[in-house]
Structure formats: structure tokens, C-alpha cells
Design a protein around this ligand. Structure first.
Ligand SMILES: *[C@@H]1O[C@H](CO)[C@@H](O)[C@H](O)[C@H]1NC(C)=O
Ligand SMILES: *[C@@H]1O[C@H](CO)[C@@H](O)[C@H](O)[C@H]1NC(C)=O
Ligand SMILES: *[C@@H]1O[C@H](CO)[C@@H](O)[C@H](O)[C@H]1NC(C)=O
Length: 116
């Protein structure tokens, strides 16, 4: 029983560690930064929220192929969102990233996207 609890705690810690900051792809020194942006949303008490970050952003265009997307959690205390690349990403000119915040916490992340 104790072992099971310990395993669960361990898995929970791993899950938290994997939320917050995420990276997709790798960039090359010759790649340029196509997006460098902070995204914040206020917290809503007792609610986990879902947000999307799209590349290109609304009313923008992008003709560069994405090589890497860095999503950096600015809380820096493992309270950041769980992130999923919904479509696109490295190798494409577009991407959509879903961020699910932890219950009762807002969002404060920066996106750095490289392309070539
Ligand atoms: C970086 O990109 C250049 C030009 O596309 C390519 O020649 C080079 O091999 C790449 N370097 C790495 C480490 O991928
Ligand atoms: C986001 O995090 C940065 C760095 O921790 C901080 O300086 C900034 O005030 C935060 N912004 C919001 C809206 O919470
Ligand atoms: C992490 O930081 C955020 C923003 O400063 C705060 O709202 C949140 O309660 C913190 N979480 C923990 C577990 O300390």
C-alpha cells in the first residue's frame, strides 16, 4: 500500500514537472526568431482553464517553416500549464498549442518560435 502511494506521488511529481515549460523541435543558429511573446491570463478561482496559442497569430501571416517552439513557464515553480501541440509545429508554417492551466492558477508563459 505504501509503495503504491509513493508511486502515485512520484507520478504526480513527474506530471507536474512535465507541465509548465515545453519545447518542440530544435533550432539551428541560422534560424531566426519569428515570434517572441509573453502570454498571460488571469487566474479564475477553482477553475482550470484551457487556452490556445496559434502560429501564425490572428491577423498575422507566417511563411517561414517552424524549426522550434519554446514555451517557457514564467511562474518557475512548476505551477505552469500542461501543454499539447494540437497540430502543425516543427516542419510546418503553422502550429496550435493547447495550454491547460492548473486549477485556480492563471497563465504566464513566453513563447519563442524559431523558423527558417
Ligand atoms: C543549420 O542550418 C544550415 C542551413 O540550413 C545547415 O546547413 C546546417 O547543417 C544546420 N546545422 C545543424 C546543426 O542542424
Ligand atoms: C509574469 O512573470 C514575470 C516573471 O516572473 C513577471 O515579471 C510578470 O510580472 C508576470 N506577469 C503577470 C501578468 O503575472
Ligand atoms: C507559483 O507562482 C504563481 C505566480 O507567482 C502563484 O500564483 C502560485 O500560487 C505559485 N504556486 C506554488 C505552488 O507556489
Amino acid at each position: 500500500m505504501k509503495v503504491i502511494v509513493q508511486v502515485c506521488v512520484l507520478l504526480a511529481l513527474v506530471a507536474v514537472a512535465y507541465s509548465a515549460s515545453s519545447t518542440w523541435g530544435v533550432h539551428n543558429v541560422t534560424d531566426s526568431v519569428i515570434i517572441n511573446k509573453r502570454v498571460t491570463y488571469p487566474a479564475v478561482r477553482n477553475v482550470g482553464q484551457t487556452f490556445y496559442f496559434d502560429i501564425p497569430e490572428s491577423y498575422q501571416s507566417n511563411n517561414k517553416v517552424i524549426s522550434a517552439i519554446y514555451l517557457q513557464d514564467q511562474f518557475q515553480n512548476s505551477s505552469g500549464p500542461a501543454n499539447t501541440l494540437v497540430y502543425g509545429g516543427p516542419g510546418w508554417t503553422y502550429a496550435s498549442i493547447q495550454m491547460r492551466t492548473q486549477t485556480g492558477l492563471g497563465l504566464n508563459v513566453t513563447f519563442v518560435v524559431y523558423g527558417k
